[in-house]
Design a protein around this ligand. Structure first.
Ligand code: GDP
Ligand code: PGA
Ligand code: MN
Ligand code: MN
Length: 626
């Protein structure tokens, strides 16, 4: 391993460049990296080349150190356990920094705590940064990661450079993005713009804090800042994926959202999938659900009704742009899946299970004595006396009431290994989107599927999205929270302006897709799901596709168009309580629309587009007249 060499060919000041060539990087990247070396004071700089050899070297090192543990039942699968204080995104410590506050956050009403992005001033950010970054990589290696979001060189793609002192982050970035020095050439040939992504675990040597699980982090000082004006992200103190794989939420949603507004496109928290029906007709569908509400499962769905085929483009993020001919086309900027492990099994999501049989990293899952991964939902795979080691390192057997895996434990696996990736998933032109779906976890009141009356009503449906909280972020317990457009944690600019942007794309020659809302999570009076979900969701997708084709299978209701009774294929499902699944209790909706109007008015104030206000009022009037 080159680190042990006596003489380094290149140095930056006293700091050796242990791999790669500093001088081969574009000049503006050199200048930026140099300033970070000066600031963070690493013991060496490692410029990544994305090669297989590089992965093997790093994995080997992490295994020796104990950070990674090989799952011996598979090929090249590893477990990583984090410090138990570093297991999810931290929305409360995530901010947008801008010169003008209201570029980032709406004019909330007095005495309202804004939850649609948090703003921080440059002065405050500077103060907090000075208490964190200087010397934060002392005794550690600085990895420089060149990556492309989207296929390298595609006109829809964007380039980033991440600097990090975590080699776990490096390994996951290699799965989730396209890490390659080819991006240097793209930068040198083009305008040279790249998104600057700076990350540190915030744990310089000698360690100030007891390191747990070989996971040096700094939970007391976590701070994730976005500077849209400078296309820059700084993330300190956490190694959890959503906080540390900066290509994902920070760049591809928060920063890209601002770029998208400026350039007239959309960066959304959406899967993209293709569905082909028995007649051979194919449609591409984008769907936005909050974190841990079913995107990955839907993107990899195995249809339960014969003759349907699903193929995947992406499972978490969509970049979409209207073409000159008016078509909306989308790409998946990522290259891997960072999926929720619990609940994933051969019945619910066989495609995911096939995908992560090799070359994957599992974070905070449990392990069986014979070297298999294990989590809640896999009980059928083990016998009563199989010994399991939990994510916390304790002994566990079937029937033990404790959770074996953390509820937000994740698999990180290359999308290219997924058996149902669409042949066009890396097509630089993207795929044509013909429907947009919103959805959330709504145990009560909300029907299985409904269709918006038109684009404006659809934008309002997106804006009023709510869902039960999940383990993907720091909130405890289950409560229904607003999550407009499934973007609450990922908004990069004033949410009122974001809604304006959505409304403004409806103009000639743009062909705006139909918008739908789904809910797989409604329960009956005993708390049982009314809908089987997973592969059976194809039945709802089939209805949606037929609606896109204009089939007469919908009826008006005060809240949108509902399926005509019997128009969803329920063959072979056994008993489904249609009336309960589609009921829209007046009291529930009266209270809901009132609460939603207040929420959006409090949170967005004068920035809430009049069109959305009008749509809310019309919806309220229709519900009142029920
Ligand atoms: P994502 O975070 O939005 O990608 O959500 P996932 O697809 O990873 O799913 C999150 C959790 O919801 C997992 O535990 C799934 O098993 C569960 N889930 C996903 N789809 C369904 C569904 O259709 N019905 C039910 N009941 N649960 C689901
Ligand atoms: P998810 O992605 O949407 O698949 O949960 C991670 C996240 O949103 O934190
Ligand atoms: Mn997500
Ligand atoms: Mn997912």
């Amino acid at each position: 391993f080159v680190e042990h060499r006596e003489v380094f060919i290149e140095h930056y000041g006293e700091v050796p460049i242990v791999k790669g060539s500093f001088n081969d990087m574009p000049k503006n990247v050199q200048a930026w990296v140099a300033s970070k070396i000066d600031l963070c004071k690493p013991r060496g700089v490692y410029i990544c080349d994305g090669s297989q050899e590089e992965a093997e070297t790093i994995i080997h090192k992490l295994e020796e150190r104990g950070t990674l543990h090989k799952l011996k039942a598979y090929e090249n699968n590893y477990i990583c356990k984090t410090d138990p204080k570093d297991v999810a995104r931290v929305e409360g410590l995530t901010y947008i920094v801008s010169h003008n506050k209201h570029d980032s956050v709406p004019h909330v009403r007095p005495n309202t705590k804004g939850i649609l992005a948090q703003w921080m001033s440059y002065a405050e950010a500077e103060k907090l940064n000075m208490d964190r970054w200087p010397g934060c990589m002392a005794g550690r290696m600085m990895y420089v990661i060149p990556f492309s979001m989207g296929p390298v060189g595609s006109p829809l793609s964007k380039i980033g450079v991440q600097v990090t002192d975590s080699n776990y982050v490096l390994l996951c970035m290699r799965i989730m993005t396209r890490v390659t020095p080819k991006v240097w050439d793209v930068l040198k040939k083009g305008k040279g713009d790249f998104v600057k992504c700076l990350h540190s675990m915030g744990s310089p040597r000698p360690n100030q804090r007891k390191v747990i699980n070989h996971w040096p982090c700094n939970p007391d000082k976590v701070l994730i800042l976005h500077y849209p004006e400078e296309r820059k992200v700084t993330s300190f103190g956490s190694g959890y994926g959503g906080n540390s794989l900066l290509g994902k939420k920070c760049f591809a949603l928060r920063i890209a959202g601002v770029i998208a507004r400026d350039e007239g496109w959309l960066a959304e928290h959406m899967l993209i999938m293709s569905v082909t029906n028995p007649k051979g007709q194919e449609k591409f569908i984008a769907a936005a659900f909050p974190s841990a509400c079913g995107k990955t499962n839907m993107a990899l769905l195995t249809p339960t009704i014969p003759g349907y085929k699903v193929q995947c483009i992406g499972d978490d993020i969509a970049w979409m742009r209207f073409e000159e001919n008016g078509e909306l086309r989308g790409i998946n900027p990522e290259a891997g899946f960072f999926g929720v492990a619990p609940g994933t099994n051969e019945k619910t999501n066989p495609i995911a299970v096939q995908t992560f049989q090799s070359n994957s990293i599992f974070t905070n899952v449990a392990e069986t004595e014979d070297g298999h991964f294990f989590w809640e939902g896999m009980e059928d795979k083990i016998s009563d006396d199989t010994e399991v080691v939990t994510w916390l390192g304790g002994k566990w057997k079937k029937g033990n009431p404790e959770k074996a895996a953390h509820p937000n434990s994740r698999f990180c696996t290359p999308a290219g290994q997924c058996p149902i990736m669409h042949p066009m998933w890396e097509d630089p032109k993207g795929v044509p989107i013909s429907a947009i779906i919103f959805g959330g976890r709504r145990p009560e009141g909300v029907p299985l599927v409904l269709e918006a009356f038109d684009w404006k009503h659809g934008v309002m449906l997106g804006a009023q999205l709510k869902s039960e909280t999940t383990a993907a972020a720091e909130f405890k317990g289950k409560k229904i929270m607003h999550d407009p457009m499934a973007m609450r944690p990922f908004i990069g600019y004033n949410f009122g302006k974001y809604l304006d942007h959505w409304l403004e794309v409806e103009k000639p020659p743009h062909k705006v897709p139909k918008i739908f809302h789904v809910n797989w999570f409604r329960v009956d009076s005993t708390g049982k799901f009314l809908w089987p979900g997973f592969g059976d969701n194809i039945r709802v997708l089939d209805w949606i596709m037929r609606r896109v084709d204009g089939e007469d299978i919908a009826v008006e209701s005060p809240i949108g168009l509902l399926p005509k009774k019997g128009s969803i294929n329920l063959d072979g499902l056994g008993e489904i309580n249609w009336d309960e699944l589609f009921s829209i209790p007046k009291d529930y909706w009266l209270a809901d629309i009132k609460e939603t109007m207040k929420f959006l008015d409090d949170q967005t104030g004068e920035d809430l587009p009049q069109v959305v206000r009008d749509e809310l009022q019309k919806q309220a009037d229709r519900i009142n007249a029920m």
